[in-house]
Design a protein around this ligand. Sequence first.
Ligand SMILES: [Cu+2]
Length: 336
Amino acid sequence: MLVRHTRFALAIAFLSACKSNAPPSSSQANRGGSQAPPTVIPADVSHGEARIGTAVDSAPVDPTPPPRAREHLVHVRFEIHDTLIEVSKGVRYHAWSFQGRVPGPIVRVTQGDSVDFTLVNHGTIPHSMDFHAAQIAPNKYYINVTPNDSLHYRFVAEVPGVFMYHCGTAPVAAHIANGMYGALIVDPRAPRPPAREMVFVQSEFYMVPDTTSQPRSLSWDRLLSLAPDFVTFNGRSSQYATHPIRVKVNELLRLYVVNAGPNRFSSFHVVGGIFERVFVDGSQASPLVGVQTVSVPVGGGSIFEIRLKQPGEYPFVTHAFADATKGAVGVFKAEP
Ligand SMILES: [Cu+2]
């Protein structure tokens, strides 16, 4: 009880101290609104940056990757469309997408295998594709495809890890901010141990301020100022907090975390847990053992392994908490 009272007193003191210069509530921040103090008492749960929902219904985007590839030649065909997406409840956004989704589909191949890639542009401006898993000449392959045209190339995925892919058309920041990115897993030839696997792509959205409910579009000024309205895992604000992910106590969780940016580093952390192993930027050499928080740079991807020791709710966040407040927060609900 003492702890609870102390925490409450601290919260009140914080609110009083902040009245004149307080952070906006997340919904106000997200709408580009004016500075105003929080109007609600903080949730009585640690790291309650977002409302924790029930684990009964699932989140809009399933974080589960496809199974390990069986073919040595994996065909990937992406169609580009201008797509209306919902970044937060009631906040729609004019995105550019691969396959109508933000992030684009998760691709999975095995080390040494080939990707046969086709890009079809049904959008209204030129686009392209840069696979971080490839080692090929950008000026030959990462070239613009004009609307109603297509591009085809192959590469061998020689290095295991989890890699970003994205449109590389200039200005790249705008194409990424508008949703043109995703994750590609390259499994090592010798399979990793069995685990419950999930993919989280962190990214930001910068929106022209608007008080109507009309779909929003990119604010270049906010992008250059590094002032996102939303920071998300898998393209939707707080989706795994409002729809917690059910896991089992002590089961091995393997989290493939890609940071698409375009600007903000991720400080990936699971509250109440310590990572058993982290394959930094996907490298098989010298994984980190027993660490709390590992940054995932923009354009990078790391593989986190963790077990949750007790039943309960474990938030996962970027520990850069302005960004967690803007939506880069989820919850694992560990059950016996
Ligand atoms: Cu593009």
